[in-house]
Design a binder for this molecule. Structure first.
Ligand SMILES: C[S@@+](CC[C@H](N)C(=O)[O-])C[C@H]1O[C@@H](n2cnc3c(N)ncnc32)[C@H](O)[C@@H]1O
Length: 281
C-alpha cells in the first residue's frame, strides 16, 4: 500500500467526486429523517496543499484552485464552493477530503463511519478538526480496517437512508473488479442505499465492462458521470468516472449543469468532454 492521496488531493477527479458527494448529501438532508454515511476508503481527511506531497506536481492548481477562484460558480457547485471557502480565506491552502466534507454537512443524529487501512493516514484522520473546532473522531466512527471487509461487516448501516462512498486507490490491477464485486454484495445488504463509486478512466473498457455486468446482474437505477479534462494520451490522469446507484432525483436534474460547468472550467485541451448516462431506470 504505497498510495498517498496527498499527491492528488484537489485534482479534477476530487472536484467531481466531492461536488457530487455534496449534491447527494444536500438532497438527502432535505428530509428530517436521519441518514448514515459510510466512506470505505477515507484517506486522511484534510490535505495541506503547501506540504511536500501536494507541491510535488500540484494537481490541485488545475482542479480545486480553479473552483475556489470562481466568483460565480454554477448553482450545482455552490455547496462545494462554499465548503472550500469556509476552510480557506483568500487562498486555497487546505483541501477537504470526503470525511471532512461529509462530517461538516451532517446533523446531530446522523451517523458517519470512516474506514482507512493505512495506519498513518488513519492516525491523521483521527486528528482532523471540523469548522466548529470539534475533532472529527467525536462525530464519526473511525476504523483502521479494510474498506471492502467493512462493506460486509457494517452493512446494513444504522439508518435506512444511507450513502456509501467507495473510493479505492486502484493500486492493484484487479481493484476495479474487486470493488465491483464488493459493491454487488453491498447492494444485497442495503438495497435502497445511495452508492457512489469512483473510477479512474485510464482504461475505459474496464469500467464499461464492470458497469455492463453490474447493470445486467442488478438492474438498479444508476447514473454514470464521466469528466475528461485532457487527452488520455498525456501523462497522469485525464479522466474520471462516477457510478451513482439509486441516485437522488435532484442529482439527475443537476448533473448536466454540473458536468458541463466543470468541463468548461477545468478542461485543458480539445479532448475535454463530459457525459451523463442513466444505466437503468
Ligand atoms: C483515493 S484515497 C481516498 C480519498 C478520500 N475518499 C477522499 O475523497 O478524500 C484512497 C485511500 O484508501 C486507502 N486504502 C487503500 N486500500 C484500502 C482498503 N483496502 N481499505 C480501506 N482503505 C484503503 C488508501 O490508504 C487511501 O488513503
Amino acid at each position: 500500500m504505497n498510495y498517498r492521496h496527498a499527491f492528488h488531493a484537489g485534482n479534477h477527479a476530487d472536484v467531481l467526486k466531492h461536488a457530487v458527494l455534496l449534491l447527494c448529501l444536500d438532497s438527502m438532508l432535505r428530509k428530517a429523517a436521519p441518514i448514515s454515511v459510510l466512506d470505505t476508503h477515507a484517506g486522511r481527511g484534510l490535505y495541506d496543499l503547501s506540504g511536500e506531497e501536494a507541491q510535488r506536481s500540484p494537481e490541485w492548481l488545475a482542479g480545486a484552485a480553479k473552483v475556489f477562484d470562481w466568483d460565480a460558480p454554477p448553482p450545482a457547485l455552490a455547496t462545494y464552493h462554499r465548503a472550500l471557502r469556509s476552510l480557506n480565506r483568500d487562498q486555497l491552502g487546505q483541501y477537504p477530503g470526503s470525511p471532512w466534507l461529509a462530517a461538516q454537512a451532517l446533523r446531530p443524529g446522523d451517523s458517519l463511519s470512516l474506514c482507512e487501512k493505512q495506519p498513518q493516514e488513519c492516525a491523521a484522520l483521527r486528528r482532523v478538526r471540523l469548522p466548529d473546532g470539534a475533532l472529527l473522531r467525536q462525530r464519526a466512527d473511525i476504523h483502521e480496517r479494510d474498506g471492502y471487509e467493512a462493506l460486509r461487516a457494517l452493512l446494513p448501516l444504522p439508518h435506512a437512508r444511507a450513502l456509501i462512498l467507495i473510493d479505492p486507490p486502484y493500486e492493484q490491477e484487479d481493484e476495479c473488479a474487486r470493488a465491483a464485486l464488493a459493491l454487488r454484495g453491498a447492494l444485497q445488504r442495503m438495497r435502497q442505499g445511495v452508492f457512489i463509486w469512483w473510477r479512474p478512466l485510464k482504461h475505459a473498457a474496464l469500467v464499461d465492462g464492470a458497469d455492463a455486468e453490474l447493470n445486467a446482474e442488478t438492474a438498479f437505477p444508476a447514473l454514470r458521470l464521466d469528466l475528461t479534462v485532457r487527452s488520455n494520451a498525456l501523462p497522469g490522469l485525464g479522466a474520471s468516472s462516477l457510478l451513482i446507484i439509486n441516485p437522488p432525483f435532484a442529482l439527475r436534474e443537476t448533473a448536466p449543469a454540473l458536468l458541463s460547468g466543470l468541463c468548461a472550467r477545468l478542461g485543458q485541451d480539445p479532448w475535454a468532454k463530459w457525459s451523463v448516462t442513466p444505466l437503468a431506470s
